[in-house]
Design a binder for this molecule. Structure first.
Ligand code: ADP
Ligand code: MG
Length: 310
């Protein structure tokens, strides 16, 4: 028995050309194992291929090539079991406007063949905070309530794996916090494996034990969040000198460039060098500071750093 919730091998997807669009190679051979019990992040910019992976796992998109194993079941040999092991909260809301939250959950449970006696509709409504909206039409629900209902629908068959595709894109902070609290609880209390996609580094950082970064349909890296952050450990302090100044002598651990606007950009690793040390270098060189700001590495830098290292 494998320890992995998901095993993906050589996964390829080419979307066929249409009269209006060219064929698109969305996945170019992805190998990825996701351990059971983890909160795993698929991180990448828009168009990277995240939803394509998710939709293949969900059985909504047919892969072009490769092998997908879900909870020990080969997707092609055991489609029913592999589908039963996974619940998906899709990126695009697909709610029927004429169903109530209770109705949606019941219909979804029916689709998954959950017998009436084993349904958890009441508990799920409670979990997603929609008990008092149980009988409201979906079209009368706010955007946030619809998102919560989507989460509920993903849970009706008590899957071992919960997949959330960009769950917090465009949602407010309150809903975001509520979603994360729920997801953490499902992970901690039920040991549910959680896979989420996001294009926010911060979100992946905050939530995930491990992160895979994908770009242009390829896996760029995969590591524990702690290791990844260590690799990305970089900060830039941008100093506007009071008068035009050359770059001073620098100790090991600090590099600098002069930018077009005359500012000096000092790059350092916050774990090894403090901001104070950088300021001291500037001060000791007799540079008077008109302005100072810091820049964190963002996702863009991460991609640049990781791809240029190869
Ligand atoms: P992400 O979720 O990371 O933003 P997607 O998996 O949605 O990325 O898309 C990956 C690439 O495949 C993009 O270039 C996108 O335009 C293309 N794509 C996605 N879905 C389809 C589709 N149904 N038909 C054709 N191309 C698609
Ligand atoms: Mg997507």
């Amino acid at each position: 028995m494998t320890e992995n919730a998901i095993e993906i091998e050589g996964l390829r997807k080419t979307y066929a050309a249409t009269p209006r669009t060219e064929a698109k190679e969305a996945l170019k051979g992805i190998d990825l194992n996701i351990p059971r019990g983890s909160i795993f992040g698929l991180l990448g910019p828009n168009g990277a291929g995240k939803s394509t992976i998710i939709n293949i796992l969900a059985g909504l998109v047919n892969k072009t090539d490769g092998r997908v194993n879900i909870w020990g079941f080969d997707q092609d040999k055991n489609p029913r079991q592999s589908r039963a092991a996974i619940g998906i909260m899709p990126q695009e809301p697909n709610l029927d406007p004429f169903f109530t939250p209770r109705g949606s959950l019941e219909v979804q449970a029916g689709l998954y063949g959950v017998p009436k006696s084993q349904r958890q509709t009441k508990e799920i409504l409670e979990l997603i905070g929609l008990t008092d909206k149980a009988e409201a039409y979906a079209r009368s629900l706010s955007g946030g309530m619809r998102r919560r209902l989507l989460l509920g629908k993903a849970l009706v068959h008590t899957p071992q794996i919960l997949v959330l595709d960009e769950p917090t894109a465009g949602v407010d902070i309150e809903l975001r916090n509520m979603l994360w609290a729920n997801v953490r609880r499902l992970n901690e209390e039920q040991g549910m494996t959680i896979i989420l996609t996001t294009h926010y580094l911060e979100e992946a950082q905050e939530m995930c034990d491990e992160i895979a970064i994908i770009n242009h349909g390829q896996l760029i890296t995969r590591d524990t969040t702690a290791n990844l952050l260590g690799r990305l450990d970089s900060k830039t302090m941008v100093i506007t000198p009071a008068t035009e100044t050359a770059i001073p002598d620098l100790p090991a651990g600090i590099t600098a460039t002069t930018r077009k606007d005359g500012t000096l950009a000092f790059t350092y690793k916050p774990r090894e060098t403090s901001a104070e040390e950088v300021l001291a270098v500037v001060h000791n060189a007799g540079i008077r500071i008109a302005d100072v700001k810091t820049e964190e590495a963002d996702l863009e830098d991460v991609f640049l750093a990781l791809t240029s290292n190869k």
